[in-house]
Design a protein around this ligand. Structure first.
Ligand code: XLS
Ligand code: MG
Length: 343
């Protein structure tokens, strides 16, 4: 039995299409996905705004809320919670050049409308968190935008959200690139600085995705620790990545086991989850996987996370202290390797 509660988004189960090839599996309905998520052992669902309310662009604010309430009833049916709602600001034509930081005022207004509707949807789903994955907030041609003005636009957009709803909390999910070339907010450190610059820093925190830290050349456990030290790590997306390339969203721990161990260790040592936080996954099954294997990566990632939780529970803190007192870090490192490699 894990100390953690776990969450997942419906986009984690997909048809297998990638930039170079078509789908390899059939589409699975939202309700079938969340029923299976519950069966696997997840406690909450992550949402994009249009996961909850498809076609929201063509709806009134009232219609959007009404649709979101139907999804809430579905969550209740399967005893699931909503963890967060993330405005999808990277697919719509109005977000071609970014959302909050677009050079087009009309596009910025569109992004703001979606962000505020995401708050309405979150309220209807019974959750108080918004995730901003800033997919296209940055540059593809560096001289097309001012880094100073883009940063100020982002802060202003978050301030508008904080003013719109006095309870909502914003989690910035940072990523250094992809699809954007250079992100305006590439790491959790940037997110913490943005938080401090807003009108209500206590309601602006971060969500760390393992692969996103690695794509910035950073250690996910250290990024987690940094935001925890600020009291502002309110979400994680655990997954893995094999080096500096496109965001692979690999199953948690399958490439970098010791790094995965230390992510679980720092979360456990600092009581992550004690205030209702979820361990979120953001993983994609291999394109080669057959239809019946559509959830294997989720089951594997959960199993690995729980196995590493057990490893941390076995960790000998007395021996660690002895090695530290004697400054025998070689011994400490070998102890960790044996802990991870032995049954
Ligand atoms: C993509 C992001 C995305 C967010 C939710 O790289 O991780 O999945 O978590 O929009
Ligand atoms: Mg993610």
């Amino acid at each position: 039995m894990s100390r953690f509660k776990f969450s997942v988004g419906p986009w984690n189960v997909h048809e297998g299409a990638d930039a170079y090839g078509p789908a390899t599996r059939e589409t699975i309905s939202f309700e079938e996905k969340i029923k299976k998520f519950k069966d696997i052992g997840f406690d909450a669902i992550q949402f994009h705004d249009d996961d909850a309310v498809p076609n929201m662009n063509n709806m009134t604010e009232e219609e959007i809320v009404a649709e979101a309430k139907k999804v809430k009833a579905l969550l209740d049916k399967y005893d699931l919670k909503a963890e967060f709602v993330a405005p999808r600001l990277w697919m719509d034509p109005h977000t071609t050049d970014g959302g909050f930081t677009s050079n087009s005022q009309e596009d910025r207004e569109f992004a703001m409308w979606r962000a505020l509707r995401s708050i309405d949807i979150a309220n209807a789903l019974g959750c108080d968190k918004i995730v901003l994955w800033l997919a296209r907030e940055g540059t593809i041609c560096y001289e097309s935008k001012s880094p100073v003005e883009s940063t100020k636009k982002l802060i202003n957009a978050i301030n508008t959200m904080l003013a719109y709803d006095k309870n909502i909390k914003v989690m910035i999910e940072t990523k250094p690139n992809e699809p954007i070339d250079r992100s305006v907010c590439p790491t959790l450190g940037h997110a913490m600085a943005i938080s401090a610059a807003t009108i209500d820093p206590n309601r602006v925190g971060g969500l760390l995705e393992s692969a996103h830290a690695m794509l910035a050349g950073l250690d996910p456990a250290s990024e987690i620790g940094f935001a925890l030290a600020m009291g502002k790590l309110w979400g994680v997306h655990l997954n893995d990545q094999n080096g500096m390339k496109f965001d692979q969203d690999k199953s948690f721990g399958v490439e970098n086991l010791r790094t995965a161990f230390n992510q679980i260790k720092v979360l456990m040592e600092n009581g992550f989850g004690n205030n209702g936080e979820y361990i979120g996954l953001d993983v994609k099954v291999m394109r080669t996987e057959k239809q019946e294997g559509s959830y294997k990566h989720l089951e594997n990632s959960l199993k690995i996370a729980k196995m590493l939780e057990a490893k941390v529970e076995k960790f000998d803190y007395e021996y660690q202290k002895k090695c530290v007192d004697e400054r025998d870090y070689e011994a400490l490192e070998m102890y960790v390797m044996e802990l991870l490699m032995q049954g």
